[in-house]
Design a binder for this molecule. Structure first.
Ligand code: EPZ
Length: 430
């Protein structure tokens, strides 16, 4: 089983290019099947979730041409199936976007319910509420969502919960419904806006993405397009926290600083120096960083996907911090792993009380999920001695060339897949 092994203690210094946003690309790739014409998408992150989704798109009969590891041409003119294969879909959560895309285009979809994952139950009741409001009949049959509609007709939908997935999924189905759909209490994340912009580049008529109300005027057809995915706000934030936790100096490049404001603000609050450029942000960690409080909220609030990485940074700051996770019910699984490195965090309900310590000591830990895994790597790079992070498949789902980008910043880290390789690493770095 592949692992990351690292020797901590080096401040991370330098520049790192941020890849395209995984959570925008997943919605965009699903929406790409809504036209029968060619769609060219670039700045895709070369990560496992994207590659699995592309396999699933090819599986239902679309042609998928990989131009290079970040660019793909898709033509869904020959899709023969509106029932998506279970094998691929079980692997990723964003498979639920096939429902909105297929229902919008073919008025029919059969997609296995996505499994839950380690951060919470992840229901999709709001997605289904939206499809039903547009006139679809939706049933759960043998573990799959089966949705059919004679016609999709625009409707006024108010989401009970601010949901990124439901906002994107309903937006896709409504893009090809008759008449106007008003979608309220929507998610405003940058990746929601990116999917809306992508659909509009295909001829959809979507206004208000990024605000509390999205208005969609259904069109009869969508045409081909060429589109570039926005930079990944969470990958950028992860490297920003790595600079703070290792007291380094990292400039994240090819970013949209506005998308990083909540993260920059919190790092400035604990004492880091933040310098913003047009398409880059520089974070300089300071020897004395102090506590603050975090509450995860829908955008533009502090992102839940940055909660573990910020918690690790606070665990190495002076004083006591409170981290409240208000989006998911089970997103503190990394706390026990961090305790093995000397972290002092107590979890009570959805609040983690963090007592900062001077340093961590390296240990063998296990990634419980994607973002917590990245946070444990940051902890290992800040720790004294060696750390091994297990189950790095989670991390590879969302971070492109993670260890290579870290190495370019001076991290002593390698991906190994045997005890022998780990010993060779330790012998080599001493
Ligand atoms: C997206 O998940 C992201 N995944 C998640 O990123 C991210 O944490 C999350 O949005 C919040 O920003 C992708 O985009 C593929 P939600 P999603 O629907 O859409 C509840 C990562 O690390 N809810 O916004 O599934 C839900 O339980 C991943 O890249 C319902 O109750 O999240 C949660 O408490 C992890 N009913 C809250 O809403 C629904 O129908 C927010 O979930 C849908 C959601």
């Amino acid at each position: 089983m592949e692992q990351y092994i690292m020797k901590g203690g080096n401040p991370l210094v330098g520049e790192v290019n941020i890849s395209g946003a995984k959570n925008a690309a997943l919605g965009i790739l699903a929406a790409a099947i809504m036209t029968d014409e060619d769609v060219l998408i670039d700045n895709l992150p070369d990560v496992r979730d994207i590659n699995v989704l592309l396999e699933a798109i090819a599986e239902i009969g679309a042609t998928v041409e990989r131009i290079d590891s970040h660019t793909v041409r898709i033509n869904a003119g020959k899709i023969k199936e509106v029932s998506v294969d279970d094998e691929f879909i079980r692997k990723i959560r964003a498979s639920y976007y096939f429902i909105g895309a297929l229902l919008g285009k073919y008025k029919s979809a059969e997609v296995p319910l996505p499994g839950g994952c380690n951060i919470g139950s992840r229901p999709i009741d709001q997605h289904l509420k939206g499809f039903k409001a547009l006139g679809a009949k939706v049933d759960i049959v043998k573990g799959s969502v089966v949705a059919h509609a004679i016609d999709l007709v625009g409707s006024h939908i108010y989401l009970d919960v601010v949901s990124v997935g439901a906002t994107i999924n309903i937006m896709m189905a409504a893009a090809l419904a008759e008449g106007q759909t008003i979608l309220e209490n929507v998610a405003k994340e940058p990746h929601v806006v990116d999917v809306a912009n992508f659909l509009n580049s295909m001829g959809a008529n979507i206004k208000g993405a990024g605000t509390d109300v999205i208005r969609i005027k259904g069109v009869t057809k969508l045409h081909g397009t060429e589109y570039s995915v926005i930079p990944d706000q969470i990958e950028a934030g992860t490297f920003m926290c790595a600079a703070a936790a290792t007291r380094g100096d990292i400039t994240v490049k090819n970013v949209i600083p506005k998308h990083l404001e909540a993260i920059s603000a919190k790092l400035a609050e604990i004492g880091c120096e933040i310098v913003e450029f047009d398409d880059a942000v520089r974070v300089v960690g300071k020897p004395k960083q102090h506590s603050t409080n975090i509450k995860t909220l829908p955008y533009p609030g502090f992102p839940t996907d940055m909660q573990p990485q910020m918690a690790v940074t606070l665990a190495l700051a002076e004083g006591t911090s409170m981290v409240t996770e208000s989006i998911f019910e089970n997103r503190f699984k990394y706390v026990d792993e961090l305790a093995r490195m000397g972290g002092s965090i107590k979890v009570e309900g959805n609040v983690a009380v963090i007592d900062g310590v001077k340093n961590f000591t390296g240990a063998q830990v296990e990634a419980p999920d994607l973002r917590a895994g990245a946070a444990l790597v940051i902890a290992g790079l800040a720790a004294d001695g060696y750390t091994v992070v297990d189950e790095i498949g989670y991390i590879q789902r969302g971070y492109e060339q993670f260890e290579k980008k870290l190495q370019s910043l001076g991290a002593v880290i390698e991906k190994v897949d045997s005890e022998k390789e780990a010993r060779k690493f330790q012998f080599r770095v001493g």
